[in-house]
Design a protein around this ligand. Structure first.
Ligand SMILES: O=C(CO)COP(=O)(O)O
Length: 247
C-alpha cells in the first residue's frame, strides 16, 4: 500500500493568537522534522498569522471558500486569496457547513471544482447523520455526496476524502475501527466502479469524528483508513500522538 498517511487538524472556530502560541510550541517541540502530510485548518482571519508561526513542515488549510474567483460576495473568501497568503489546502463540505449553514451537495462540489482549478488541494468531507445510519442509509448518503463531487473533479491526486460520520463529530462517540473500515472499503469500491481503479487505489480516505490520542492507533491499523481529520484533539498536545499513529 503506497498511500501516504495524512493527518489534518481542524481548529474550527476556536482559539486566538494567544492560545495558538501553545499549539505552535508543542508542534515545534514534538513533531519530528520528517513528518509527511500534516495540515491544519485555521479560521480565515488567522491564516496569515498562523502561516508565519507554524513549523514549516506543516501545511495550512482554509476551512471554507467560495466557488468563484472574485466579486460581490460579502463575507466570503476565494481560493486565489487562500493561495495568496501561502496556504495550499482548503477543507470543503464539512458537516458543519452542510448542516449548520445549509450547503448542498452541488454547492460543495462546485467549490471543490473551483478550488482545484485554482491549484489548491482539497480535503473533501462526507458523512451521514445518526438518523441516516440508523435507517441503514449510510452508503446511500455518502455515495450521493461522492457522486455530486465526481462531476467537478478532474484531478483526484489533489483530493483527500474525509469520511466523518456526523454522529461521531464532537460527541466522544468514535466509530469503531470496524465501522469506519466498512464505510472506507465501500467507498473505495464505489470509486473503483464509478471513477477508476487507479483513483480507488491511490486516493486517501481519512476518518474524522472524536479521534483522540488513545483511539487513533487502533483506527490507523485498518487497511482503508489513510489518516485522520481531527477536531477537538488538534488543539491539544495529543495531536502529535495522532500524527504519529502509524509510526
Ligand atoms: O469535525 C471534525 C474534524 O473536521 C471532528 O471533530 P472532533 O474530532 O472534535 O470530533
Amino acid at each position: 500500500m503506497t498511500r501516504k498517511f495524512f493527518v489534518g487538524g481542524n481548529w474550527k472556530m476556536n482559539g486566538n493568537k494567544e492560545s495558538y502560541k501553545e499549539i505552535f510550541a508543542f508542534l515545534n517541540e514534538n513533531l519530528s522534522s520528517d513528518v509527511e502530510d500534516v495540515v491544519v485548518g485555521v479560521p480565515s482571519i488567522y491564516l496569515d498569522y498562523v502561516k508565519n508561526n507554524l513549523p514549516k513542515n506543516i501545511a495550512l488549510a482554509a476551512q471554507n471558500c467560495y466557488k468563484v474567483e472574485k466579486g460581490a460576495f460579502t463575507g466570503e473568501i476565494s481560493p486565489d486569496m487562500i493561495k495568496d497568503i501561502g496556504a495550499t489546502w482548503v477543507i470543503l463540505g464539512h458537516s458543519e457547513r452542510r448542516n449548520v449553514f445549509g450547503e448542498s451537495d452541488e454547492l460543495v462540489a462546485e467549490k471543490i471544482g473551483h478550488s482545484l482549478e485554482k491549484g489548491l488541494h482539497v480535503i473533501a468531507c462526507i458523512g451521514e447523520l445518526l438518523s441516516e445510519r440508523e435507517s441503514g442509509k449510510t452508503n446511500e448518503v455518502v455515495f450521493r455526496q461522492m457522486n455530486a463531487m465526481k462531476n467537478h473533479i478532474k484531478d483526484w491526486s489533489k483530493v483527500v476524502i474525509a469520511y466523518e460520520p456526523v454522529w461521531a463529530i464532537g460527541t466522544g462517540k468514535t466509530a469503531t475501527p470496524a465501522q469506519a473500515q466498512e464505510v472506507h472499503q465501500d467507498l473505495r469500491k464505489w470509486i473503483s466502479e464509478n471513477i477508476s481503479k487507479d483513483v480507488a487505489e491511490n486516493v486517501r480516505i481519512i476518518y474524522g469524528g472524536s479521534v483522540t490520542g488513545s483511539n487513533c492507533r487502533e483506527l490507523a491499523k485498518e487497511k482503508d483508513i489513510d489518516g485522520f481529520l481531527v477536531g477537538g484533539a488538534s488543539l491539544k498536545k495529543e495531536f502529535v500522538q495522532i500524527v504519529n499513529a502509524r509510526v
